[in-house]
Design a protein around this ligand. Structure first.
Ligand code: ATP
Length: 600
């Protein structure tokens, strides 16, 4: 296919802005496009060589190099081109002007007798630009310039204009994905009424080039049967938002699967044979950022070909407990990925399955998807099924929500279990409803809490006590009421030391002055006081501090972290339940003052 056709359409498309006109012009272009290059034409229209999710290099040619290439192609000096560029402000137009001047001069001189250069084809342009984008290492700069110069030499003025604009990332044809979908429906389906079929296919395979190719070769009938394909991301299903739990249940048809809503990075994980791909919420290829996740998935999820979805969460390397989302940011900032993995380990909490061994699971109800998902994940310390309950009871839902928050989750996802609750790729609907606390406030101050129990570590730290039940002092009742379980902030030396102290303080039953609903692996006599900081104070049914104040539970500290021991304080000098209540109230006040409609 001649590249001339593309350049001419770019020129026409650039001059119109009406969506309808754009669509019909684009449909016109698609009709003239060879079947075997239609995917490439679609990418070129998008200003790309390939879809973003492939994680392939971009053209990455600076303007200086582009000027150099144009200079080689036209024998006009770099300085002269630079000067023209300064006055015109568009390198594409400069290329056009130079080529046109040269063309008329040569026509005049030779009256058309000059040997015409070979016409540029889409294939040639695409292949050469691919080489430009992918050549690396020593000498690659010269190779890139030479390839571009070669294309520009053979180009007509109009072709040169759009080639330069494309390479410069300044194509001005404002065509979004939606318009391309419309045009594809018209070209290959015969009208807009085929748009839903094309759109559904795009939701399952977020690759417009791939969709166009299927349509061009197999028509709309083949597209109707399209399934997800490992390696091509599925557009994610999104949730609606509500704040009234009763309304949530009635919206999803009463019976719901309620998942913890984890606060990490969404990961759509594909397996195709021995290859793993991880795509982000925005469908970027993030596989290189999570080689550990790729390894866990291939090790602990059974199957040769599948697509699963989950949240990637930072965890405490010692205890496996959830850590704040920000740690993923620290991890990404590290240049050495192996160091990053060690310092900021992650776990994956899977919540959906979209494809398994050739079968499209997006069309199956959630109950079936989840059952299958559970059956393919092997028991291990790194990949888990999202913690969930199945309920139609508002009180149970609320209780679970507070439990989720107190364990470091952001809230819960209420998901419909209706027979038609499919995976609605690419759309936000009422089959999933998010129920979360949307505010973030650091605790204004640290608290001093008493250690009243200890838990064994999981995984690598098995055997050692590595998380600890902490309590505030209630002077009215002279008891210790629990506030949180702390597992992070301890150095190895502090932890080792603590094992010895625990051996001295441990007891078989709770100390009579300890009020707790949680049951640790070992109870301790209240003696050790530690300074603790957390993200915020929340209500939790798991803790007993100020339990008489709120129907939903006691007050608890989210993401608590050990700062230091306070040997200068006796247990009765610890922060009191009243102080914690005051802190909670002032935190609420702060939140109410914030302009947010999302507080729960
Ligand atoms: P949205 O994704 O709805 O546009 P957002 O990006 O701001 O909004 P949230 O409002 O936090 O995200 O809620 C949706 C996100 O919650 C999902 O994209 C997913 O990453 C995350 N999530 C965590 N746990 C779950 C779960 N169990 N089920 C589904 N999504 C979950």
């Amino acid at each position: 296919m001649e590249f001339k056709i593309i350049a001419e359409y770019f020129d026409r498309l650039e001059k119109i802005s009406s969506r309808l006109q754009l669509t019909s012009l684009l449909a016109d272009l698609f009709k003239k496009t060879d079947k075997n290059v239609i995917d490439k034409v679609v990418y070129l229209i998008q200003g790309k060589l390939w879809p973003d999710f492939l994680g392939m290099p971009e053209l990455g040619i600076g303007e200086k190099f582009l000027i150099r290439a144009l200079s080689i192609a036209t024998s006009v000096s770099d300085d002269e081109i630079e000067k023209m560029y300064k006055s015109v402000g568009d390198l594409g137009q400069v290329a056009f002007d130079i080529k046109q001047k040269q063309q008329s001069a040569s026509i005049l001189a030779f009256l058309g007798a000059q040997k015409a250069s070979k016409p540029l084809t889409v294939e040639k342009v695409y292949d050469d630009l691919t080489k430009v984008a992918t050549s690396t290492g020593e000498g690659s700069r010269d190779i890139k310039i030479r390839l571009l110069a070669g294309l520009l030499k053979d180009a007509s003025p109009l072709e040169a204009k759009y080639l330069v604009r494309f390479v410069d990332g300044r194509l001005r044809v404002g065509i979004g994905d939606a318009t391309i979908l419309d045009a594809l429906a018209i070209t290959f389906g015969g009208g807009q009424n085929f748009r839903p079929i094309v759109e559904r296919a795009y939701n399952l395979r977020a690759d417009l080039g791939n969709i166009a190719k299927i349509l061009a070769n197999g028509g709309i009938e083949q597209l109707k049967n399209i399934k997800p394909q490992p390696g091509i991301p599925i557009r994610p299903m999104l949730a609606e938002r509500l704040s009234d739990p009763a309304e949530m249940l009635s919206k999803v048809g009463n019976l719901a699967l309620v998942d913890y809503k984890y606060d990490g990075e969404r990961g759509q994980i594909h397996k195709a044979g021995d290859k793993i791909f991880i795509f982000s919420r925005r469908l970027e290829n993030i596989t290189n950022q999570y080689p550990d996740v790729a390894e866990y998935i291939s090790k602990y999820v059974k199957g040769n070909e599948f697509i699963v979805e989950g949240e990637i969460i930072p965890v405490d390397p010692e205890t496996g407990e959830m850590r704040p989302f920000q740690e993923l940011m620290h991890r990404k900032r590290k240049s050495d990925i192996h160091e990053a993995i060690k310092e900021y380990p992650v776990n994956v909490f899977l919540f959906d399955l979209m494809y398994y061994e050739g079968e499209d699971y997006t069309v199956k109800p959630l109950s079936e998807r989840r059952k299958k998902l559970e059956s393919i994940v092997e028991d291990n310390d790194y990949v888990h099924i999202a913690t969930h309950i199945i309920t139609d009871n508002v009180e149970k839902l609320k209780e679970f929500f507070y439990q989720a928050i107190s364990e470091g989750a952001e809230g819960v996802m209420v998901k419909s279990l209706a027979p038609d609750a499919i995976y609605q790729a690419g759309s936000r609907g009422w089959l999933w409803i998010k129920f979360k606390r949307d505010y973030q406030s650091e605790m204004a101050d640290t608290v001093d809490l008493v250690m009243v129990g200890a838990f064994h570590g999981k995984g690598r730290k098995g055997g050692k006590y590595s998380s600890f039940l902490m309590a505030a002092y209630n002077p009215d009742k002279d008891v210790f009421e629990t506030v949180c379980k702390v597992a992070s902030g301890f150095t190895d030396a502090e932890l080792d030391d603590l094992q010895k102290k625990i051996a001295e303080l441990k007891r078989d039953s709770p100390h009579p002055r300890v009020v707790s609903t949680m049951v640790p692996d070992v109870w301790l006599t209240p003696a050790l006081v530690a300074e603790i900081i957390g993200a915020e104070i929340t209500i939790s049914p798991l803790h007993t501090c100020c339990k008489d104040q709120y129907a939903e539970g006691g007050l608890s500290i989210r993401f608590p972290r050990f700062i230091r021991w306070r040997p200068d304080k006796s247990p009765e000098d610890a922060t009191t339940n009243r102080e914690i209540l005051e802190m909670y109230k002032s935190q609420l006040k702060k939140i109410e003052e914030k302009p947010s409609d999302q507080n729960v």
